[in-house]
Write a protein that binds this ligand. Structure first.
Ligand code: EPZ
Length: 421
């Protein structure tokens, strides 16, 4: 389906919405359900295409998966096919998360290598190196990683880059390895913390959670649990920046402001008022009657400013007072939104992984096209801020990562309409 949005921009967003569960936490939790031979129940799951893709991956493996009312029920007791096919992995790279659990539970797996990506090269070498260190033999056959082990052994593993995916995958594999595994330079993202917490609830022995040195003692027989996924900090950050970009006032409920500290700091630096609710579960961004000023930033691993909010921030800076420099260190080629923003009147130039933005008074409406989830979110924000009627094409990218985005924006007073094709 090639639906598109029609957006009448120029009106400030105003009101209150509730955050959905975190996509990037939910995906590895779904893979972790493969570690047990019982029924795992996951709550607060966002209703997204990526979740349905992961559900398909689990079904191919033999799990029974039900998804209703934001609750996933995964019965992994009859898994009989240790494979993730190219047809699904190419749609969503996070499918690769099944490698670790399959090795821990069955000792073998055949998982398609993900191919190219709009964000630039996204290798999985660190995942494979980690599994090899745990005692798996891995070969690449016909585009698949074919992994085999006669029993994994704990080991010291140092990640050259602090990778979210590799940390999660190795952590799940290590639950089935004999002895102690220590991951050095591990990712500290809240998504990884949620995964480690759920694994511990399942009976794993993981420590150092939320630091860059994680220790896993195995093997442990894991039992199924019921788990509620954390709120989506990237969705929350997107709406916070949207409030700022439209000169509006938005309250987000059911979020975790402590996961958004860097984003909050940057918004305040740019001149917005940000207030955290007394319950520490809500946050209000107020930018009414003012134009924000430019703030430079560099994307970094957590707790730094997330690469997943680089496109929205670029939009905010496009209409801020002054010039801003953004340096993308996680995905140096993640800039497909830039040519589209230029079509809306933004003044942006790019050298390597740096972009230089000269803030303009106003963006003007145009038709633009999404190329990945977050670039697409940036374009929706730009269309909301621009004067006139814009079309945002290829919103299937947004449907992968934002639960009912247009409904939430409509609730905030935006004039946004999905046109089905
Ligand atoms: C996760 O991807 C997210 N996806 C991404 O969100 C997010 O942008 C990214 O983390 C960074 O925060 C999911 O959680 C499903 P990485 P992941 O491994 O795990 C390099 C979205 O829109 N690397 O932390 O794949 C890699 O190239 C998506 O929701 C290797 O070199 O990211 C990158 O430069 C987009 N070898 C850096 O590490 C490897 O084996 C960090 O990537 C693995 C990664």
């Amino acid at each position: 389906m090639m639906d598109h949005f029609v957006v009448e921009g120029g009106e400030p967003l105003s009101g209150t919405i509730t955050c959905s569960g975190a996509k990037n936490a939910a995906l590895p939790l779904m893979a972790a359900a493969l570690l047990t031979d019982g029924v795992t129940v996951l709550r607060n799951i966002p209703d997204l295409q990526d979740i349905r893709t992961m559900a398909m991956v689990l079904r191919v493996i033999g799990a029974d998966v039900q998804f209703e009312d934001h609750v996933l029920t995964i019965d992994a007791s009859h898994c009989n096919f240790q494979e993730a096919p190219y047809e699904l992995v190419r749609k969503m790279r996070a499918s690769f998360y099944v490698l670790g659990p399959l090795l821990a539970r069955f000792g073998h797996a055949r998982v398609s290598l993900p191919g190219g990506c709009a964000l630039g090269p996204r290798p999985v070498d660190l995942h494979l190196k980690g599994m090899t260190k745990l005692g798996c033999d891995i070969s690449i056959e016909n585009g698949y990683a074919v992994a085999e082990t006669s029993g994994m052994k704990g080991n010291k593993i140092r990640l050259d880059i602090s990778s979210v995916g590799a940390t999660g995958n190795i952590m799940m594999a290590a639950c089935g390895a004999e002895g102690t595994t220590t991951i050095f330079n591990a990712a500290c993202e809240p998504d990884i913390v949620d995964l480690a917490d759920m694994l511990n609830a399942m009976g794993a022995e993981i420590s150092g959670i939320g630091t860059n040195q994680i220790k896993i003692i195995g093997p442990r027989k894991l039992k199924p649990v019921e788990w509620t996924v954390i709120p989506d900090r990237i969705e929350a950050g997107t709406f916070m920046i949207a409030a700022a970009a439209t000169g509006g006032r938005v309250t987000l409920e059911g979020c975790r402001p402590d996961h958004l500290q860097t984003v909050i700091d940057k918004l305040i630096e740019a001149g917005a008022d940000v207030n955290i609710g007394k319950d520490r579960k809500s946050v209000t961004v107020n930018a009414t009657n003012r134009r924000l000023h430019s703030v430079d930033l560099t994307t970094e691993a957590y707790p730094g400013f997330p690469t997943d909010l680089q496109a929205p921030w670029t939009v905010l800076m496009s209409i801020a007072k002054g010039d801003a420099i953004i340096i993308e260190t996680i995905y140096p080629e993640r800039f497909t939104h830039i040519p589209e923003l230029i079509r809306l009147g933004a003044q942006i130039s790019k050298t390597l992984n740096n972009i230089y933005i000269e803030g303009v008074d106003q963006l003007t409406a145009a038709s633009v096209m999404c190329s990945d989830i977050r670039a697409g979110a940036g374009l929706v924000l730009a269309a909301l801020a621009a004067k006139g009627s814009s079309k945002v094409l290829r919103i299937y990218h947004l449907d992968r990562g934002y639960d009912r985005m247009e409904d939430k924006l409509t609730a905030l007073g935006a004039d946004i309409r999905r046109v089905r094709e």
